[in-house]
Design a protein. Structure first.
Length: 160
């Protein structure tokens, strides 16, 4: 079995794990451009998997896979479309945010990229969740990353 076929079978998990793993790597104390490149690669990988999964299930009619009890993921049509939309928009945002790193302190830029990826991973997890606990946990990750990102952006404002 090829790696692309294996990734296609586990697309709901990959569209959550890729941004969260990328967030961990982007938060390392690296130069801002290296951290941005890592974040863009993780976001583009998640967007590719999510869009491929959406095309296969919604347009080509592939059956939606239900995972076992160990992983509480159970995508439906709305969740598949929403996750593809969130992952694609997150990838576009991370590509576009590269120029804004000059406005942040050099040591804060990796955290901004990591928080943006954590938000993408959290909201994609909420779209793929099968039960209420998984949904609430994913929403908490997504909105707390958004709040922390807003606080991080506000930390660079010079008050008169």
């Amino acid at each position: 079995m090829s790696l692309l076929a294996l990734a296609g079978q586990h697309a709901p998990m990959l569209m959550i794990a890729a941004p969260l793993a990328g967030a961990g790597l982007a938060a390392l104390p690296l130069p801002a451009r290296v951290s941005w490149a890592v974040a863009v690669l993780a976001a583009v990988a998640a967007a590719f998997v999510a869009i491929d999964f959406a095309v296969r299930t919604l347009l080509l009619g592939a059956p939606l896979m239900r995972y076992g009890e160990a992983i509480a993921l159970g995508p439906d049509g709305f969740g598949v479309f929403g996750a593809a939309l969130i992952a694609g928009a997150g990838a576009l945002v991370l590509v576009a945010i590269g120029d804004l790193t000059k406005q942040l302190a050099p040591r804060l830029a990796p955290f901004a990229f990591a928080l943006a990826l954590a938000g993408v991973g959290g909201w994609c997890g909420a779209m793929m969740a099968r039960d209420l606990i998984g949904f609430v946990l994913s929403v908490e990750i997504g909105w707390l990353a958004g709040v922390a990102l807003a606080a991080l952006a506000g930390s660079g404002i010079a008050w008169p």
